[in-house]
Design a protein around this ligand. Structure first.
Ligand SMILES: [Zn+2]
Length: 462
């Protein structure tokens, strides 16, 4: 190991270093792309460059395993540069792209083309969750350094975006085949749970009554206390048990799914689950849905679920937080006032989710150490990123420095996503990201993205 008293490339001085084990004031020494030592304040010797962090907290950078970067195919709303820049501003150091792009990465050829784009354009580290919808391609996709496969069980009625038919699977036999083949690769399978047969019946009930606005859309997806989510999760957990394939369940939002996860985990099943920020800061407040219409919808999460979801984050039933960052333009959201099914589903969050959870920690809702686990250490472990998600000698210097004493207002004009709006605008929260470093290099510093496209590297599982 490097001599901690010698000259270093970078010194992050005097901050409070936070790990899952606790927090302490310390200096972080960085050489090249890695942390070389964490030492008592002042004990580290000289460095070519110093970031003064006194009074601030030093966290491992967030690892967002579920983000919609929209490139290729939908770059009018986001692209690799804008998505990874917005992420950098939010303290995210690694972001995994979801495969609902055009063409989708469900063949080796289309994945290779996408990998080449990311190598040129990403500001932070990245990976791509390949679509496992072409069974014969699954083995070749797995050889390209990906960390997971993703399928949507959604095959939307009357829409071809964001869940295009080419990557949606709701035939149970085909799902079983995909579980079997992904299982052979050893990689986890991420699934967006959905039950289209139930949804078709539910939707027609609303439509037959002439109810089509954003309220009807919100209520359809939450119908019968989350019936579509609960039944889909039950199927997926059973397929997991049948095949042994590691399942990563997306969009946890109902008490029913939380209960099933608890049972599956106590039975030793290989399942991880994520929560997305909209479930606790947006879609669980009906007044916000009334105010913002489709701009607030990902999904409506009736408030009865809120406390059980926080509890599941605290006790580990939900393993991690990822964004489900899903930018859409205002033009794509506006139709929702009269027809919720014509608006594109999803909400942007890459830039502000870490501050929202830091604010929750400041309010005592979750311990700060648990926030660090949920946004960084656990996603790193769950997806095999051995160099990431920890502040320790030898790990990548992927770091977010945050000021928990500073309050700020989330504003549309500060949004770095191409779409230029955020459903969280107007909120005042505590927890400003002041610096983000990826492998020792600053990519965001005091309000400006300073990273360069192409610095980001594929975060391959070990
Ligand atoms: Zn998503």
């Amino acid at each position: 190991m490097t001599d901690p008293t010698g000259a270093h490339d970078l010194l992050i001085a005097g901050g409070t270093v936070v790990t899952p084990d606790g927090r302490r004031r310390a200096d972080v020494l960085v050489d090249g792309e890695r942390i070389s030592a964490i030492v008592e304040p002042g004990a580290g010797g000289s460095a070519a460059r110093t970031i003064e962090a006194t009074g601030r907290h030093v966290l491992p950078g967030a690892i967002d395993v579920h983000s919609h970067h929209r490139e290729p195919g939908f770059t009018h709303k986001e692209d690799i540069v804008s998505a990874t820049s917005a992420s950098a501003a939010g303290g995210v150091t690694t972001s995994f792209a979801m495969p609902n792009v055009q063409p989708p990465p469900n063949t080796a050829a289309s994945l290779d083309a996408m990998l080449a784009m990311y190598e040129q354009k990403a500001v932070i580290d990245w990976n791509i969750n390949a679509a496992g919808t072409v069974p014969s391609e699954i083995p070749a996709l797995a050889e390209r350094g990906i960390a997971a496969f993703k399928v949507f069980m959604v095959v939307d009625t009357g829409r071809d975006y964001p869940h295009m038919p080419g990557i949606g699977v709701h035939d149970h036999g085909k799902l079983l085949e995909i579980f079997e083949l992904v299982g052979k690769t050893g990689l986890p399978l991420m699934v967006h749970p959905h039950d289209q047969a139930l949804m078709t019946h539910i939707e027609h009930g609303f439509w037959d009554r002439g109810e089509r606005d954003y309220r009807a859309y919100a209520k359809a997806y939450a119908a019968y206390d989350g019936l579509i989510w609960d039944t889909a999760a039950a199927l997926l957990l059973r397929l997991q048990r049948a095949t042994g394939t590691r399942l990563h369940l997306l969009h946890t939002q109902t008490i029913g799914v939380v209960d099933q996860l608890r049972a599956a985990k106590s039975a030793g099943q290989a399942v991880t689950a994520e929560l997305n920020p909209w479930a606790l800061f947006l879609g669980n407040d009906w007044a916000t849905i009334e105010r913002l219409g489709s701009y607030a919808l990902s999904y409506w999460v009736p408030d009865v679920n809120t406390e059980p979801l926080w509890e599941a984050l605290r006790d580990g039933t939900i393993d991690l937080i990822s964004t489900d960052h899903a930018p859409h333009t205002r033009e794509e959201k506006e139709p929702g006032w009269t027809d919720g099914w014509k608006a594109h589903t999803g909400t942007p969050s890459a830039q502000f989710y870490v501050p929202l959870f830091l604010d929750a920690a400041c309010r005592g809702v979750l311990p700060l150490e648990r926030v660090v686990e949920l946004v960084s250490s656990v996603p790193a472990r769950a997806f095999g990123l051995a160099d990431k998600g920890r502040l320790e000698a030898g790990a990548h210097a992927d770091i977010a420095i945050v000021d928990l004493d500073r309050e700020f207002e989330i504003r549309d004009e500060d949004v770095l996503s191409k779409i230029g709006w955020t459903p969280y605008a107007g909120r005042r929260i505590r927890g400003v990201v002041t610096n983000t470093l990826v492998r020792g290099r600053e990519v965001f510093s005091d309000g400006a993205v300073v990273g360069e496209p192409g610095w980001g590297r594929q975060a391959r599982p070990a």
